[in-house]
Design a protein around this ligand. Structure first.
Ligand SMILES: [Fe+2]
Ligand SMILES: [Fe+2]
Length: 317
């Protein structure tokens, strides 16, 4: 069958080929891994950037003893990595597998499979780096590890998928959330990757991850461009709506995880902090990135109807 979007296919082909070539030399998985664990551990250094704490300006936090603040920052590193692991395993990997197993109809079929299998390898390494770096900090600080699995982003995704009535919806939902997450994760990693005042291992692990995610953001943009061309108007609108909604879920403060940590530490006035801070973080940090993603992949502009019903958009209690 003759392909109608030869121009776009060619452009996507050239870019994905370039990204795949760069992956061979630049991706962390293809480079010798530094021995992060031999970096000096400095007990006086923070394990996480205070500026990323959702309650950093709350009076109860500011008045807490320094030792307790330090433990909170170690757990903040734990929450941050655990959420990263859930994004890698539950959000991104299933989409890599979707495209590897049943690629969308495209002249770039093999290349799409190629870049997604490369991304899957990267995410496996990131998962390994995250869990090792978490456990290292728990060991060095003598803290019991945090067990938590109920992240809002993941729960919202599961709910949305359960409500999908058709396979095309399920597949597009998985893709939209992964595509948005792969764009937003670079912003999410940026502060820690640039903060060299924090524990060396935390800084280095995040920096290595952030460098890979710069490429993933491009990979997903070009894969999305390819996929969008084969979609109907209804499917495009659905994809756009889920991408936009993902921003809010990505920026969620994950107070369930914080509630667990505060209980573990018997943190004073924890209930006040949770009540006053609320669920929503600074969405503005991410909005610009998603707008430029929508622009790049051909989904910019006003949406005429919202195919994601209001009930599906809510986080399930
Ligand atoms: Fe990653
Ligand atoms: Fe990624």
């Amino acid at each position: 069958m003759k392909h109608l979007n030869a121009g776009t296919d060619d452009a996507v082909h050239v870019m994905l080929n370039k990204l795949s070539t760069l992956w061979k030399s630049r991706a962390a998985v293809n480079r010798e891994q530094p021995d992060y664990w031999s970096l000096a551990f400095d007990p006086a250094k923070k394990d996480f950037s205070t500026s990323l704490l959702p309650f950093r300006d709350h009076q109860a936090w500011l008045e807490a003893p320094e030792e307790l603040q330090s433990k909170c920052l170690s757990y903040a590193w734990g929450i941050y990595n655990l959420k990263t692991i859930y994004i890698e395993c539950n959000v991104v990997a299933p989409v890599c597998e979707d495209i590897i197993k049943t690629p969308p109809p495209s002249a770039n079929r093999a290349l799409l499979q190629d870049v997604m299998s490369e991304t899957l390898l990267d995410e496996a390494l990131h998962t390994r780096m995250s869990i090792m770096a978490c456990n290292y900090i728990y060991d060095m600080r003598g803290l019991p590890p945090l067990d938590f699995s109920d992240f809002n982003l993941v729960r919202w995704r599961d709910g949305l998928l359960a409500d999908c009535g058709a396979e095309w919806e399920r597949r597009l939902t998985r893709f939209a959330i992964a595509c948005a997450s792969e764009t937003l994760i670079t912003d999410y990693l940026k502060t820690m990757a640039e903060d060299d005042s924090i524990q060396a291992v935390c800084h280095e692990v995040t920096r290595t991850h952030a460098m890979d995610e710069w490429s993933h953001s491009s990979v997903f943009s070009f894969v999305a461009t390819d996929i969008v061309h084969g979609l109907s108007r209804k499917e495009r609108e659905y994809l756009r709506a889920v991408i936009v909604k993902t921003v809010q879920m990505f920026a969620n403060n994950e107070l369930g995880a914080w509630s667990t940590v505060f209980s573990m530490l018997d943190f004073p006035h924890a209930r006040d902090i949770l009540h006053d801070v609320g669920d929503t973080n600074e969405i503005g940090v991410y909005t610009e990135s998603v707008e430029s993603l929508l622009d790049r992949i051909g989904l910019a502009g006003k949406i005429h109807s919202n195919p994601v019903s209001a009930s599906r958009q809510e986080v399930r209690a």
